[in-house]
Design a protein around this ligand. Structure first.
Ligand code: P1T
Length: 380
């Protein structure tokens, strides 16, 4: 099956043996009858497994070209499960530009349990080798990064990971499998904040993992069940509904992203535009090689790096809504320094470019002309 068919049919055979419904029913149930202890029909308790969630988990595995999918109550719950496969004393090498909540989970929760994180620039994958030692267990990559839109060469990272026998985990939230498929490029774990493009309608908070290795899948399933950070059947249904239009939504996000990025790049008041589709982007060639297109996430700074001006712009926008999150059909604007990345100390975030005047756009699927006109009236 090709990708656009998989988003609709992947893992969705025979979802309703009783009546042949084409969407899986919402099994709003916590428990299942047993004829004798252990004598059940595949499900015994909904933390351990639920038919609606199972249909979603098969769909997630299918669109990422993986064998096993797991769905969680949020993206951070999915990351939490991955890091719980490690032990005190283990080390992780992570992208230095990443979602503020991931940084907070790593530094303020897991460092307290004795796991060490190195945050480094990975645009050159050879940098990673400098930080590998006998305690290294995992490389954590976000690409494109949030919010600076750096592109990291997944294949090159996978080669380093294989050479040193450590796992490579890729947060594929910004790209989605429509644009890049990290397992095919050699990654071991794909993670998603499914809240974003996979759901696509700003109505569900959810996380996802996809892996190919059976032993790793079993470890993650054990943690999913033991720690219990699952998503409910209603949210699983909404996520499945969202997934079915992922490819058509992504195509429009990319088209509108291009129109907005080009408008901003030619604006005399704009200092820098971070979008991997611009030939001036420092990792444009890697993006061209590993991504099908360049997505709808764009960050920019105005000339003079003026905090007050950035705040005025986001307040003036009318079609773009000032809000956290991204990846929905509606366009959003955010101010990372005070919103999504406020949990990263100022001196740390400024090292990677997350300055007080940075604005992040999640370009939706409205008419591009309206989006550009909105930016025009807000920037002046
Ligand atoms: O919000 P949650 O579903 O728990 O996912 C966390 C997360 C993980 N990874 C990336 C790349 C993310 O962007 C996020 C969440 N990000 C936002 C809420 C945001 O506005 O950037």
């Amino acid at each position: 099956m090709k990708f656009n068919t998989k988003t609709i049919h992947g893992g969705q055979h025979d979802v309703d043996p009783a009546y042949g419904a084409v969407m899986p029913p919402i099994y709003q149930v916590s428990t299942y009858s047993q004829s004798t202890p252990g004598g059940h029909k595949g499900f015994e308790y909904s933390r351990s497994g639920n038919p609606t969630r199972a249909a979603l988990e098969r769909a997630l595995a299918s669109i990422e070209n993986g064998q096993y999918g797991l769905a969680f109550g949020s993206g951070l719950a999915a990351i939490d499960a991955v890091i719980k496969t490690l032990q005190p004393g283990d080390e992780v090498i992570s992208t230095n530009d990443l979602y503020g909540g991931t940084y907070r989970l790593f530094t303020q929760v897991f460092e307290g349990f004795g796991i060490k994180f190195h945050f480094i620039g990975m645009e050159n994958a050879e940098n990673i080798e400098d930080y590998i030692n006998e305690n290294t267990r995992m490389i954590w990559v976000e690409t494109p990064t949030n919010p600076m839109m750096n592109i990291i060469d997944i294949k090159a990272c996978a080669e380093v990971a294989k050479k040193h026998e450590v796992l490579l985990a890729v947060d594929n939230t910004f790209a989605t499998p429509y644009l890049q498929q990290p397992l095919d490029l050699g990654a071991d774990i794909i993670m998603h904040s499914a809240t974003k493009y996979l759901g696509g309608h700003s109505d569900v908070v959810m996380g996802a993992l996809v892996v190919n290795d059976k032993a790793l899948a079993e470890k993650l399933y054990f943690i999913q069940n033991a720690s219990g950070a699952i998503c409910g059947p209603q949210d699983s249904f909404l996520m499945l509904r969202g997934l079915k239009t992922l490819h058509v939504r992504m195509q429009r996000h990319c088209e509108n992203g291009k129109a907005v990025a080009e408008y901003l790049a030619n604006h005399p008041k704009i200092e820098a535009v971070y979008w991997p589709g611009l030939p001036s982007h420092p990792n444009h060639e890697v993006a061209k090689a590993q991504m099908k297109d360049f997505g709808g996430m764009i960050s920019f700074v105005t000339k003079g790096n003026d905090y007050e001006e950035a705040i005025k712009i986001v307040e003036k926008l009318k079609v773009f809504t000032l809000a956290e999150s991204l990846g929905g059909v509606e366009s959003l604007a955010g101010h990372p320094a005070s919103m999504t990345h406020a949990s990263i100390p100022k001196e740390e975030r400024e090292k990677t470019g997350v300055v007080d005047s940075l604005i992040r756009l999640s370009v939706g699927i409205e008419d591009a002309e309206d989006l550009v006109a909105d930016l025009k009236q807000a920037i002046g």
